[in-house]
Design a protein around this ligand. Structure first.
Ligand code: NAI
Ligand code: MG
Length: 338
């Protein structure tokens, strides 16, 4: 019985924080089956060298040889680069990892913020169907297609209700903008409402995405589980991360019915990459979430307790949390407690 874990650090601080996640998993010893790690390529730097951001071999090894994986972060350029497309967006689609689950909890015994953003992970504007046209007078017109399906909306709703039901407050908020986008967001909203009928134990509320951000900053305590289409979920989870001190502590999993990839919510942080400053906690927590998803609850809890202790003590934290510790010092502190 071997647990095979694919590791895709990709770019920037992904290369610094994925090794930390690996060490946390290794520190579990016999709490999980024997592990094997497979180093897999992807990312913008890999694209620049080899012309592909997500090599076939990576996808094939994930599908055929791995039980789960950890993804770091990718440095996607802000301008169009011919032939390039974000490998993580492609991976989510290729492996049908339809749910992006992002718990955001403040560090304290009585957390002010304790919510989970459940983000649809395969469609919305992330289908990346964009066109550039020209009007008769030569002016450019850019268009993007936004896809919302009943199928994907109901799938993510099921996942969100399942998560909400398992939490003490059992409360779910549907995030949408169907006052303006009554067809696309309307379908999302109605699909979630439809699924709600199967979950009588969960209370349901809804909030327009703009005022949801407002409410998040004014009264974060009103939210328990938030279910959102892809783009809103992406934005909301970064916003929520600001409430708990740093993007560097917020984990996620990309989950489907047959595979799971742990991934910190943050990006490749080019401003601090290569300086041994990156907070490894988001990745370490993502590893714990990945293990829990596979049924290794005790192992996950061990990692999470170790992380919480380091955060509550607050002595060994990276600069994003106001400290001076390096990536490895924080990792070592966590490893010792595991
Ligand atoms: P970012 O998340 O990389 O950084 C935002 C800010 O948070 C920066 O100041 C950064 O230093 C800080 N930060 C992020 N993670 C941290 C950590 N672990 N420890 C300490 N500080 C941390 O977002 P940004 O700057 O918008 O994007 C940078 C690049 O990352 C872009 O190329 C973008 O495409 C890519 N990106 C990739 C993602 C992915 O791979 N899933 C997700 C988001 C962005
Ligand atoms: Mg994001």
């Amino acid at each position: 019985n071997v647990l095979r874990i694919g590791l895709i650090p990709a770019d920037g601080i992904g290369r610094e924080v994925i090794p930390a996640a690996r060490q946390a998993i290794e520190a579990l010893g016999s709490a999980i089956p024997k592990t094997e790690f497979l180093d897999l390529d992807a990312g913008f730097e890999y694209f620049q060298k080899h012309g592909k951001a997500l090599p076939e071999a990576t996808l094939q090894k994930l599908k055929e040889e791995c039980d789960c994986a950890m993804f770091g972060s990718v440095s996607s350029p802000s301008t169009k680069v011919a032939g390039y497309s974000s490998p993580i967006v492609a991976l989510r689609k290729a492996m049908n990892l339809y749910a992006n689950i992002r718990p955001v909890v403040s560090t304290s015994t009585k957390p002010e913020v304790d919510l989970v953003v459940v983000r649809e992970n395969t469609e919305c504007l992330y289908v990346k169907q964009e066109t550039l046209e020209k009007t008769a007078d030569g002016k450019q017109v850019a268009k993007a297609t936004r896809v919302i399906t009943e199928h994907a909306s109901k799938k993510i709703a099921q996942m969100a209700f399942k998560i909400a039901e398992a939490r003490p407050r059992k409360h779910l908020t549907i995030i949408h903008k169907s006052n303006v986008l009554s067809i696309t967001d309307g379908l999302f909203r109605e699909s979630v409402r439809e699924v709600a009928k199967d979950w009588p134990g969960v209370t349901v509320a809804e909030q327009l995405v703009d005022s949801a951000v407002y409410k998040l900053f004014r009264e974060p305590g009103v939210f328990d589980v938030m279910v959102a289409p892809n783009l809103y979920g992406d934005i909301l989870s970064d916003a929520a991360a600001a409430l708990v001190g740093s993007l560097g502590v917020v984990p996620s999993i990309n989950a489907g019915d047959h595979f799971v990839i742990g991934e910190p919510v943050h990006g490749s942080a080019p401003d601090i990459a290569g300086q041994n400053k990156a907070n490894p906690i988001a990745s370490i927590r993502s590893a714990a979430m990945m293990l829990r998803h596979l049924g290794y609850d005790d192992a996950a809890l061990r990692i999470e307790k170790a992380v919480d202790t380091v955060l509550v003590e607050g002595r060994l934290v990276t600069p994003d949390l106001g400290g001076k510790a390096t990536t490895q010092q924080v990792t070592d502190a966590v490893l010792k407690l595991i």
